[in-house]
Design a protein around this ligand. Structure first.
Ligand code: SF4
Length: 328
């Protein structure tokens, strides 16, 4: 393990996993926050780099709200379920989710660097359904036998939490599939744990025959620090195409000015805004939901103030549908 590996793994080991410690760090009283006491089923996890971007003493900080377990998670709401986008129905073989023509998704790990309370896979049975090393060849065979598949999406969990050796082996195996043109990586890591973007990781990308697309997941301009900017610059310098997807979240980014600033800041980092997702209705996330009419009003405001290439597509994923639906 070289020094850069040490740095990010050490940062991961030092992440907050305990609510009292996080509140103490932010000088907040957990008794005043209506927190969820039994949060171990979906544990708290917040890297210190991310916590450092929160405003001390502000219980409504938009970054804190994304990771704070609240008692509202226990409220049952009709239409909210454990598998809101039909991942389990679309499992083709272990760790392989095949929903759309021409592309499929690998659940490359169940681990994440941060636990986002609105996560659509917060109830996913990763134990049984992530792509174990022993099942990679089975997944490769599945892709190889379908010449129409030209793109593979690495998802999770967060694929960049795989160590360099595992990720390099997976990318090399995918590169050997003749028809494959693109490897798309959906990750929150460059935003929440930028020290993970190491020279060894960049070498895995720059040596890939298939084009690499990294789809970041940033929801708020306050997340995009100078360290995140450096991580993005290094990715771009190594032939990685950068896009961003956000989730529209009540009380966090359901504000035209915030979304405008997010698009502007992303572009300054060399990242194009790609999707603004309506919330996937995962059990325990109803308090984040933004009404469709309000979402469309926000989109209209963005269209009026930003060039078209900085306006993300407002979309919703529907279980069983052949693609994501635009809301407009
Ligand atoms: S990083 Fe992605 S997969 Fe992990 S908890 Fe957050 S939203 Fe879910």
């Amino acid at each position: 393990m070289n020094n850069s590996s040490n740095t990010w793994q050490q940062a991961l080991a030092e992440a907050f996993t305990d609510l009292d410690s996080l509140c103490h760090y932010l000088q907040l009283d957990p008794k005043k926050l209506q927190v969820l006491k039994e949060y171990q089923q979906f544990p708290l996890k917040v890297p210190r780099d991310f916590a450092n971007l929160m405003t001390v003493g502000d219980p409504n900080d938009p970054l804190l709200r994304q990771v704070l377990p609240l008692s509202q998670e226990l409220i049952e709401q009709p239409g909210f379920s454990a598998d809101p986008v039909g991942d389990l129905k679309a499992l083709a073989t272990e760790g392989v989710v095949h929903k759309y023509q021409g592309r499929l998704l690998l659940i490359s790990t169940g681990a994440c660097a941060i636990h986002c309370r609105y996560c659509f896979r917060r109830n996913f049975p990763y134990g049984e359904q992530q792509l174990a090393s022993s099942k990679i060849q089975q997944a490769i065979d599945y892709i190889q036998s379908r010449p129409e598949i030209t793109e593979v999406i690495l998802s999770g969990g967060d694929p960049l939490l795989l160590n360099d050796e595992k990720l390099a082996n997976l990318v090399k195996a995918l590169n050997k599939i003749p028809q494959l043109q693109r490897i798309r990586i959906h990750t929150r890591i460059p935003v929440v744990l930028p020290s993970r973007i190491t020279p060894d990781l960049l070498a895995v990308f720059s040596e890939s025959r298939c084009s690499i697309i990294v789809v970041l997941h940033s929801n708020h301009p306050n997340e995009l620090s100078a360290q995140v900017e450096t991580a993005c610059q290094n990715l771009k310098a190594n032939r990685v195409n950068l896009l961003n997807q956000s989730v529209l979240l009540k009380g966090i980014n359901d504000n035209a000015e915030i979304l405008h600033q997010l698009s502007e800041r992303l572009f300054a980092l060399g990242v194009l805004p790609y999707y603004l997702h309506q919330l996937d209705k995962a059990k325990g996330t109803a308090h984040f939901e933004v009404d469709d009419n309000d979402a469309l009003e926000l989109l209209e405001a963005l269209k009026q103030t930003l060039p078209g290439y900085l306006v993300p597509k407002l979309v919703r994923e529907q279980s069983g549908a052949p693609y994501k639906h635009n809301l407009y």
